[in-house]
Design a protein around this ligand. Structure first.
Ligand code: ZN
Length: 276
């Protein structure tokens, strides 16, 4: 058993003992989220990720060389069971977009963590979360690691990830579009037709966003229990690791926190109205 004595004054890991967390993506952002929540007491996991760990992952992902050539979900399962032998981890080496079981797991989840690296997967995971009315926390890192954003959808309380995407569009807050493309990105996007390609950030740029995602997820999982962590009042955190050139709204370790309610025209509001 994992000994929680040193953190009991902050939270009750027992509160997390039976919570089921369904996680989509255990890459360089997903792995640290998973590891922090495991250390805080989350024990029941279902992990989705079809990818195999590769040598090129070593500059961003916390796992070691002995993990190369193995499925990322199996590496993560091994990590969790090493840290907490009483954990219960189910692995699905599947793309959620083509998974027959994803909806079923999502329905049972206490929270869904979306750590996918493409917007269409994020929107898909959100659509399932809205349909099954489960909380979903989504994280994404801006191109070149300038920062990122974490968004929490809580059914009946906050707008869904699609509401966030619509708001970003309306307000011209699409940060990725405001960042100049570097040659590597132009070659991939226009030369190789890889429309989703983004130049990566450093491991530390990715992990700062992962930490925020873990913290927001913890808030949701601990709701209603006695704990010493002041809940984050907002559900949308934009965090800048550093200043984006020519964008004065950004800055070194700067955060913007927003509360976003459901947008009446979004499917989440329609769904909510139908279920009440
Ligand atoms: Zn919505």
């Amino acid at each position: 058993m994992l000994q929680f004595d040193r953190i009991q004054h902050l939270l009750s890991p027992e509160q997390l003992h039976d919570k089921l967390v369904v996680q989509v993506g255990v890459g360089s952002g997903g792995a640290p989220v998973n590891e922090h929540l495991t250390m805080n007491g989350v024990r029941r996991w279902v992990l989705f990720d079809p990818d195999v760990y590769d040598e090129i992952n070593l500059v961003k992902h916390p796992h070691g060389r002995n993990a190369i050539g193995h499925l990322k979900v199996e590496n993560q399962q091994k990590w969790i069971l090493d840290r907490n032998p009483s954990a219960d981890v189910e692995v699905r080496a599947e793309d959620v977009m083509n998974s027959a079981g994803f909806r079923k797991y999502a329905k049972e989840a206490d929270i869904i963590l979306c750590c996918a690296d493409t917007q269409h997967v994020r929107l898909f995971v959100n659509s399932v979360a809205v349909e099954v009315r489960r909380p979903c926390v989504t994280a994404s890192v801006f191109r070149r690691g300038f920062g990122g954003e974490v968004y929490a959808y809580i059914p009946g309380v906050s707008g869904c990830f699609e509401c966030m995407a619509r708001t970003s569009e309306e307000k011209g807050w699409n940060i990725d579009e405001s960042i100049d493309l570097i040659k590597e990105e132009k070659d991939a996007i226009y030369g190789l037709n890889l429309r989703d390609f983004k130049a990566s950030g450093l491991s530390l740029d990715i992990q700062s966003i992962a930490l925020i995602q873990a913290r927001i997820a913890l808030d949701i999982l601990l709701t209603g229990s006695d704990h010493a962590l002041e809940p984050v009042a907002q559900n949308w955190i934009i965090f800048y690791n550093r200043q984006i050139p020519n964008n004065p709204e950004t800055g070194f370790l700067k955060s913007v926190k927003i509360t976003l309610k459901p947008k009446p025209e979004c499917s989440c509001a329609v769904h909510e109205a139908a279920s009440t």
